[in-house]
Design a protein. Structure first.
Length: 516
């Protein structure tokens, strides 16, 4: 908002001019057109000129508002994505994909609409204020009546809109749950196809959540509709009362007509003000939702993160410990990985392998203990450089379509080595086809990782989905080729018959690591 302070001030000033100009047109109608006794071409041309100016001012105002609004949307969207990209792994895992996607798709739109509606509400409010001043100018008694009348309308609308806000707030909470349902409907599609009881259970939960949102939206829109119709009715009623008051008090028909025309004209702006409130309320809800994500603050983002790789000879863990809440996962871990070594990590499920793997990659910070790289503690700028020197293939890896290395000779070498040259092609830096088996996808992921030419390759159960023949080829041949290129390998593996192909093997059990 600080960034937009000046332009918002300009818009406020233009809104004031626009509102004053509109009231001046009403005054011109009252002072000249309604007093005409005969056709007057000069009055007509002047009126047309005023309307042309009004049209030009309106277009310029809308252009400025549209530009500011779209800049605002762009800033919101890009900054939120930057905050996501710069937040640590623990934060993202804690928030969950469903909530993040809901904020990116829904909350950004709500905030943008709310920002736009604030400008509309400001314009509508200024128009009401200028019009009331004009009413006091031509008839203080009628102006006082309208002031009280508008106050009554405002009080009723406030109660109604608060009810609408509460239901829309509940509806937004339903969105987070529904996005989790949407995610599950795709991710678990195969399992639910084969297990109809599981599918029915999912659908029951989905219907319950969808029904809750439908009911909350319906209630919110009912109060919104009541507000709109109540406002219309009260404004039309005001016209009748004003006509009666003007004529019964001895005012001229001209005064009554002028105020009635003003109310009809003002109706659009009052409606604009009132109809803006739900969007502003939704923006408030969405803003709170984004704040609740607890992503890294935008001000703390380092836009110039170094891409320099750390050249290292040895990585050492010294009494490294890690705990999730109060649950200890790693206990006094001591191990060493030397440059060019192939190291395996084995252990049962829940033993702490994945946590150790993430710490080794520099994605988690130990609760206690230290990680040293060539005697220097791994933190700050050193950590960033170390992360730049690591290529990782997680068990639940994401397969990128783009190849960042344009060296055709190296691309061809790894395609042939990993026996994928007949299955995929690299065209203009893009992989031709990702419709592959899990094992083939892992091979492509390994090709991408090796083409990054990093010093440290980390693999989480990479060989688990390979056929027996290729698995043996991977351990006995491919790992040796990688080692000869000076690349260190740290791999989680259960293939004990291939431990002979590693330089060092560590076993983890109940968070305790030992070399075997």
């Amino acid at each position: 908002m600080k960034k937009y302070a000046f332009i918002l001030l300009v818009i406020f000033a233009l809104s004031s001019i626009y509102s004053a100009y509109s009231v001046y047109i009403l005054n011109y109608i009252n002072e000249y057109i309604l007093k005409l006794q005969s056709a007057d071409m000069g009055v007509l041309w002047m009126f047309l000129g005023l309307l042309l100016g009004y049209f030009a001012l309106s277009i310029f105002f809308k252009y400025l508002v549209a530009k500011v609004n779209n800049d605002f949307i762009y800033d919101l969207r890009t900054k939120l994505v930057l905050r996501i990209c710069h937040s640590d792994v623990t934060t993202i895992a804690k928030i969950g994909k469903a909530k993040i996607l809901a904020s990116l798709s829904k909350d950004i739109g709500n905030l943008a609409n709310g920002f736009m509606r604030i400008l509309d509400a400001t314009q509508g409010g200024l128009m009401i204020i200028f019009s009331l001043f004009y009413f006091f100018y031509i008839s203080p008694k009628i102006a006082l009546f309208l002031l009280v009348w508008f106050a009554i309308i405002g009080a009723v609308i406030n109660v109604s809109m608060q009810k609408s806000y509460n239901f829309h707030k509940k509806s937004r909470s339903n969105d987070d749950v529904l996005y989790a349902n949407y995610e599950m409907s795709v991710d678990a599609h195969r399992e639910m196809t084969l297990n109809l009881d599981r599918s029915d259970s999912f659908l029951d939960d989905f219907y319950k959540n969808a029904t809750a949102q439908k009911n909350n939206n319906t209630q919110g829109e009912i109060y919104h509709a009541f507000t709109s119709n109540f406002l219309n009715t009260m404004l039309l009623c005001a016209i009748g009362v004003v006509m009666y008051m003007a004529l019964s008090a001895g005012n001229s028909l001209q005064t009554a007509v002028t105020i009635s025309l003003a109310i009809l004209y003002l109706r659009t702006h009052i409606m604009m003000l009132v109809m803006s409130l739900p969007q502003i309320f939704m923006a408030k809800i969405s803003l709170k939702k984004i704040e609740e994500l607890e992503l890294v603050p935008y001000e703390e983002i380092d836009a110039n993160r170094t891409k320099e790789m750390l050249k290292w000879r040895e990585i050492s863990f010294e009494n490294v410990e890690f705990a999730y809440s109060d649950a200890a996962v790693l206990k006094g871990v001591n191990l060493t990985i030397k440059k060019g070594e192939i190291a395996f990590l084995v252990g049962e499920n829940g033993s702490g392998k994945s946590t150790l793997f993430l710490i080794m990659a520099g994605l988690l910070t130990p609760t206690n203990g230290r990680i040293l790289v060539d005697g220097e503690e791994l933190k700050g700028e050193t950590l960033r450089k170390f992360q730049n020197s690591v290529s990782v293939i997680f068990s639940d890896f994401y397969l990128f379509k783009e190849i960042l290395n344009s060296d055709d000779e190296k691309i061809d070498f790894w395609l042939k080595t990993l026996k994928m040259e007949e299955r995929i092609q690299i065209i203009d830096g893009q992989i031709s086809d990702l419709n592959l088996s899990v094992g083939q996808k892992k091979r492509v992921a390994l090709i991408i990782a090796l083409l990054e030419e990093k010093d440290f390759l980390m693999l989480d159960e990479w060989a688990a989905d390979q056929d027996p023949e290729f698995r043996e080829f991977f351990y006995s041949e491919i790992l040796q080729i990688i080692k000869k290129q000076g690349i260190s390998v740290f791999a989680i593996s259960h293939d004990d018959r291939f431990f002979k192909d590693a330089d060092v093997v560590y076993r983890i059990k109940n968070g305790i690591v030992e070399q075997i």
